[in-house]
Design a binder for this molecule. Structure first.
Ligand code: PEP
Length: 246
């Protein structure tokens, strides 16, 4: 399986960020892992054009469940695809918290993404309170079941485990904690879609990944790459994470 280094730029970046994307493209040229940048939508088509000769794929950070219609301010999966995207992040904890997205809503968005021939990166993760209460595995496997429709495949689905308490905080779970969750996610996918499909679906870890901790995290079983926020904005930070997947 080809590992994946996915950058989530969130609501960061204007035209001046395009040179960072070019520099990331240069790192990706010599890398074994697949590299993905999910910029703000305003940059998506320019970034896709700029990177069209490089191995870097681009993606959206969200899409609407409907194909088109009266949804002011929203964006459809087809529009992302038209702007050059091959992936879309769905169910990020910031969407679940800031926009009240439920598993059911995320599931409908995944279907929309698949209808537009986008691969979905579905995010799951427990809050600090849920971990302290011993509910981590129940929470993440519940989110996984509720957020993914029937018919998933290795080509159409990536799962990102992102503990909410680790995102943007500099706090990272132990490698044992990451391994425990990733093993449970793999088992849950196997139960639902069969071992062969489940074994091909990439499971990313996300939450304060940096060049300094990437290699240790990537050595954990069932970790097939990373979803990276803050450290994906600059090639100098994202480059070492990409190279740690070699
Ligand atoms: C994220 O929000 O997807 C993320 C992993 O952020 P950070 O790397 O900044 O913790």
């Amino acid at each position: 399986m080809r590992k994946l280094a996915a950058g989530n730029w969130k609501m960061n970046g204007t035209s001046s960020a395009l040179c960072e994307a070019e520099a990331i493209g240069e790192v990706a040229n010599g890398a074994r892992a697949e590299v993905l940048i999910c910029p703000p939508t305003t940059l998506l088509s320019r970034l896709s054009a700029l990177l069209s000769e490089s191995p870097v794929a681009t993606g959206g950070q969200d899409c609407h469940a409907a194909a088109s219609g009266a949804h002011t301010g929203d964006i459809s999966a087809d529009m992302l695809r038209d702007a050059g995207a091959r992936y879309v992040i769905l169910g990020h904890s910031e969407r679940r918290t800031d926009h009240g997205e439920t598993d059911e809503a995320v599931c409908a968005k995944v279907t929309a993404a698949w209808n537009a021939r986008l691969a979905a990166i579905v995010c799951v993760g427990e809050t600090g309170e849920e971990r302290d209460a011993g509910n981590t595995l129940a929470v993440v496997t519940g989110q996984l079941k509720g957020s993914i429709p029937e018919g998933a495949s290795a080509e159409t689905l990536v799962v990102a485990y992102e503990p909410v308490w680790a995102i943007g905080t500099g706090r990272v779970p132990t490698t044992e904690q990451i391994g425990e969750v990733h093993d449970a996610l793999r088992a849950s996918l196997a139960e639902r879609f069969g071992a062969e499909v489940a074994d091909g679906i990439r499971l990313l870890y996300g939450g304060s990944v940096k060049g300094a901790n990437a290699a240790e995290i990537f050595a954990v079983s069932n970790v097939d790459g990373a979803l990276v926020g803050g450290a994906s904005l600059k090639a100098a930070d994202f480059g070492p994470i990409i190279q740690a997947l070699d």
